[in-house]
Ligand binder design. Structure first.
Ligand code: ADP
Length: 156
């Protein structure tokens, strides 16, 4: 049984995330989407809402579950949940430079490996912050966001 964790703050989840989670679920028997919260950061959506949007979006994917991760170490979360791997999407060399030290540190801490998937080129320009900014200024980002997220953004 191979289990992977897809971590992120998902503020909010977008189609770039969904694509990576779906690909992770085809590579692993089980995938846990871990919704993190860094209490020093300011989020648009509360932790419970971010978790709910992830659940509503990917709830139908076989073998995929969603859990809150809080502020603890990702390596500890993986160990506590019996995960062999962390799966991350890479959009660019900027992501690469940011991710490699974390991957090496996580492996040092608990032996957990990080698997990088190249972001699909339909989504390499996407980030939650860009989508929130464009949406808040009236731009149409409906091609990139799950329905549940669009609904909340339009009523928020
Ligand atoms: P953060 O860890 O900064 O809170 P996010 O919640 O935005 O990051 O994203 C979580 C993870 O999803 C990232 O670490 C990255 O692996 C992946 N990701 C983010 N945006 C994309 C994208 N457009 N395409 C593929 N993967 C992405």
């Amino acid at each position: 049984m191979r289990r992977a964790v897809c971590p992120g703050s998902f503020d909010p989840i977008h189609n770039g995330h969904v694509e990576i989670i779906a690909r992770a679920s085809s590579l692993f028997d089980e995938v846990i989407v871990a919704v993190s919260t860094n209490y020093a950061k300011k989020y648009k959506f509360e932790a419970a809402d971010r978790l709910e949007m992830v659940q509503e979006t990917i709830g139908g994917l076989r073998g995929v579950s969603v859990q809150p991760m809080g502020e603890g170490l990702l390596a500890d979360f993986c160990r506590e949940n019996g995960a062999d791997a962390i799966v991350k999407g890479l959009r660019s060399t900027v992501d690469y430079q940011y991710e490699i030290p974390m991957a090496v540190m996580n492996r040092h801490l608990t032996g957990v490996e990080t698997v990088f998937l190249a972001a699909d080129n339909r989504y390499t320009h996407l980030s939650s912050s860009l989508l929130k900014e464009v949406q808040s200024l009236g731009g149409d980002v409906s091609d990139y966001l799950p329905r549940t997220v669009l609904k909340r953004l339009n009523h928020g």
